[in-house]
Design a protein around this ligand. Structure first.
Ligand SMILES: [Ca+2]
Ligand SMILES: [Ca+2]
Ligand SMILES: [Ca+2]
Ligand SMILES: [Ca+2]
Length: 400
């Protein structure tokens, strides 16, 4: 079960990706030639495989200035509105059509991480990652809060920044949640404090989409490449760049915050629909970043005879797949490692035994550098959200 913790960490990380489009809007004058063409074709470019654009042509004056990708931010951090993520779904392979985005351009949605959950289930039938996610949300160990900074105050629509916080419902710090959270109510009565671990030294959110919008009940953000920094106490600081990260959600602004309109979908074809979160969050994680994290963890495994500067896992694009293997010249004996040595050390032999099989699982499924060899892991999550509020003291005390 220890390995699940890493998956949880990854899942958590993916739940809180941030978008780093740092471009500021500077263009004020639109001086170019008007665009009068309508694209009605079926796509002729090498990467255009999507549905043809049949919308009305843009006949306005062309904008030749720097793209306006950054909404006007507000300095009034912690003023909301907010959403609380009351359910995170990680769809497995076979239900991918209901999740996710198509990162490979074949018209089929991709969720490599979901493939892994299926594979883990086959190896270890009592491994139910969705149940693990559900219980982590239920007991508050995964509490995600979103703040929309810049929406029109009256309509709660328009351009916004989308800030993510790790939060707690234990506002009085006695170790248990202070509001009984009943997802069935979806009433937005949850009151939270922001965890200081999700803020930078200036108190600003570490994780954010700087360009997002709510329009006609659609929340959209991305796609963008952006850094993700999540400190996971006692384990590591998860520091990766998520590629092509996108949020799409069917939302409903209410007085108490932003709610998702969840969907009834019969994903398994048994004639009975299931409730799916109205929000979709997806992106791809380059494998080399995951390998880097694992090697950093392995470098702390003195208990297994690993030198601090050793490159235990050697990985890279081969001729037909992304190859992963532990260096055969490094002797690993993890029998002396204990839980206190961390997640990876006590399982290092297992990790190395498993590593060469990694490319065969379907987990590594997206080619991000155009050489046809998959080099990244696609991820798709569905999110259910309800309105929420911050406590009078918005930031929780730092952990001792
Ligand atoms: Ca695809
Ligand atoms: Ca409490
Ligand atoms: Ca069903
Ligand atoms: Ca590639």
């Amino acid at each position: 079960m220890k390995k699940l913790s890493l998956l949880m960490a990854l899942g958590l990380g993916l739940g809180v990706v941030g978008c780093g489009d740092d471009a500021k809007e500077t263009a004020t004058t639109d001086t170019g030639t008007a665009d009068t063409a309508t694209d009605t074709g079926t796509g002729s470019g090498s990467t255009d495989t999507g549905t043809a654009d049949t919308g009305t042509a843009d006949t306005g004056t062309a904008d030749t200035g720097t793209a306006d990708t950054t909404p006007v931010p507000t300095d009034a951090q912690f003023s909301g509105p907010f959403s609380y993520v009351w359910r995170i779904q990680l769809p497995q392979a076979g239900t991918a059509a209901e999740c996710c985005f198509d990162f490979t351009g074949d018209g089929v949605t991709d969720n490599g991480l979901g493939t892994l959950t299926g594979a883990l289930g086959a190896i270890s039938p009592d491994t139910d990652i969705q149940a693990t996610l559900d219980s982590a949300v239920a007991d508050g160990s995964i509490a995600l809060l979103l703040e929309y900074a810049g929406l029109d105050e009256t309509t709660k629509t328009g351009a916004t920044q989308l800030w993510f916080y790790l939060a707690t419902n234990d506002v009085n710090g006695d170790g248990s949640g202070d509001q009984t959270w009943d997802p069935a109510l979806k009433g937005g009565e949850g009151i939270f404090q922001v965890q200081p671990t999700s803020l930078d030294a200036d108190g600003k959110p570490l994780i954010k989409f700087e360009s997002a919008s709510i329009d006609s009940n659609v929340l959209g953000a991305g796609p963008g490449d952006f850094p993700l920094t999540i400190p996971i106490p006692g384990l590591l600081t998860l520091d990766v760049t998520i590629k092509q990260a996108t949020i799409e959600a069917d939302v409903r602004p209410e007085a108490s915050g932003i709610f998702t309109n969840d969907a009834d979908i019969d994903s398994d074809g048994d004639g009975v629909s299931e409730v799916w979160g109205g929000g979709k969050l997806g992106g791809v994680i380059p494998v080399e970043q995951v390998i880097g994290i694992l090697n950093d963890l392995a470098n702390d495994c003195a208990c297994a005879g690993i030198a601090p500067d050793a490159v235990v896992i050697i990985a890279g694009e081969g001729t037909d797949q992304y190859d992963v293997a532990c260096d055969p010249n490094i002797t690993i004996n993890d029998s002396a490692c204990t839980d206190a040595d961390g997640l990876i050390c006590g399982n290092l032999s297992t990790v190395c035994g498993f590593a060469p099989a990694l490319p065969t699982l379907g987990l590594i499924d997206v080619d991000t550098n155009g050489n046809t060899i998959p080099d990244a892991i696609s991820v798709g999550l569905r999110l259910s959200m309800s309105g929420a509020a911050l406590a009078a003291t918005p930031v929780a005390p730092a952990a001792p």
